[in-house]
Ligand binder design. Structure first.
Ligand SMILES: [Zn+2]
Length: 445
């Protein structure tokens, strides 16, 4: 008796019809018991909708979204002769097996209670980081245990210096063992001694501290990238709203309408038209009449609750396929996504990359996104609290992208007063308010 092989929901993309026909034919030929035919007939609807979703999503997959970068003016990539030495903490060694640029990186082990400090004083050719952001490439094997990452930059043997904070206790935009660009600017300034000249930087020190357990850290390079004020003269702010509460339409949009500002709403598809949730009509109005983006958050409520990392990669990909297909099948044009709960890992990121062009992380991270180097799938957010107003002021002064977020507007969410204050701050500072797709399109253009 021949085997009956049904197509597998969520896969067999190019052969499912053939497999289904074969299975039905074999079942009929064999006079197979009714339960097999029942499997075919009852599952066919599921298989059909899955495949429809998969095919639609495949057609509407986002183009690849590589990091957007411009020329980096390297200060060092830690090749032979780099001139950096250990000033405190663990020794530094050249790692010729694990590197990012050239053919080696620097590696150190950071012991709790003993921060590692590596520095290079008196660069023979001082550099100019006026109108630039600093990018520090780093990797760590246990990000959670890093309690601080700072960069000191100055002159006169640190007679003058700025101390810029890359990561604080709960502010890490990365994953374990992932090379990550930490973008710093004067917006990241924690303190200073004297007033160093930005056009004459001679001294650089990286300080990194750990808690609980030793952390192995690799340094790939330090350099400067443009602040991109040429394209975004006063910086840029995005207002994002997660999940799909109806108050985003009734009150979020109402408040932002004052200056015609668009936002992005990351929706859970199964919430649409639910009680207290945004309706399909409102979604269309937001996109078509108010210039908003309708981005994706999850298809099913269950996956949103479980987080992308709480289901199997297959289950997650099925959800995101259906989400993207649903967006496209209903006329929404966004390629923007937001990780449920901000939870992601490399597998999740690699799946998202196939369907969306940008993805916002919701980790508690006070930093701004630098526009001279941007990983569109690791966009960091600035919370709805007082940090939002600082972020707006910082992008106006120093360039960059402040990505604000909220859920509900009004009771149980961001207050009308706070949202109004953010909107007014953008207007007063002359900061542009754009959606994620608009930002990325201008960077690419
Ligand atoms: Zn959410």
């Amino acid at each position: 008796m021949a085997d009956i092989n049904l197509p597998v929901p969520g896969s067999d993309f190019n052969t499912w019809g053939e497999k289904l026909n074969t299975a039905v034919t074999v079942a009929n030929d064999q006079g197979e018991p009714a339960n097999v035919r029942n499997i075919v007939s009852t599952d066919i609807a599921t298989v059909g909708s899955d495949i429809e979703g998969a095919l639609s999503a495949k057609i509407s997959q986002a183009p690849a979204s590589p990091p957007l970068s411009v020329f980096t003016d390297w200060w060092t990539t830690f090749q032979t002769g780099h001139g950096y030495t250990s000033y405190a903490g663990g020794a530094i060694v050249a790692d010729t097996d694990d590197y990012l640029f050239g053919s080696q990186s620097l590696r150190t082990v950071v012991t709790p209670g003993t921060p590692s400090k590596i520095r290079n004083l008196n660069y023979t050719s001082p550099f100019d980081w006026t109108s630039k952001h600093i990018v520090l490439w780093i990797k760590a094997d246990n990000v959670t245990n890093i309690s601080e990452l700072s960069l000191y930059i100055g002159d006169s043997n640190f007679g003058n210096y700025y101390r810029l904070i890359g990561w604080g206790n709960s502010a890490k935009q990365t994953l374990d063992n992932r090379w990550t660009p930490v973008v710093l600017s004067l917006a990241s300034k924690a303190s200073n001694g004297g007033i160093p000249a930005q056009n004459n930087a001679e001294d650089v020190q990286i300080s990194i501290a750990s808690v609980n357990a030793p952390v192995t850290v690799w340094f790939g390079g330090i350099g400067a990238v443009p602040d991109m004020k040429a394209k975004f003269p006063t910086g840029v702010v995005t207002f994002s709203f997660d999940d799909g509460f109806d108050s985003v339409y009734t009150d979020g949009r109402r408040i932002m309408d004052k200056y015609g500002y668009p936002g992005v709403l990351y929706i859970i598809k199964e919430w649409v038209d639910g009680a207290g949730k945004v309706s399909m009509d409102q979604l269309h109005r937001l996109e078509n009449l108010h210039g908003w983006e309708i981005g994706g958050h999850s298809y099913s409520d269950a996956v949103h609750t479980a987080r992308a990392t709480g289901v199997t990669p297959e289950e997650f990909e099925q959800d995101i396929k259906l989400l993207k297909a649903w967006l496209r099948n209903n006329g929404f044009t966004s390629d923007s996504y937001c990780y449920p709960g901000g939870e992601q890992n490399q597998t999740v990121i690699d799946i998202v990359r196939r369907y969306f062009n940008t993805a916002r992380d919701t980790e508690g991270n006070p930093k701004l996104n630098g526009l001279g180097y941007l990983d569109p799938l690791m966009l960091c957010q600035t919370g709805p609290g007082s940090g939002a107003l600082n972020a707006i002021a910082n992008v106006a002064d120093y360039g960059g992208w402040a990505f604000l977020y909220a859920h509900k507007v009004g009771t149980g969410g961001i207050s009308f007063t706070d949202l109004e204050a953010q909107v007014e701050a953008c207007k007063t500072a002359g900061v542009e308010v754009l959606t994620p797709q608009q930002v990325v399109d201008r960077l690419k253009g």
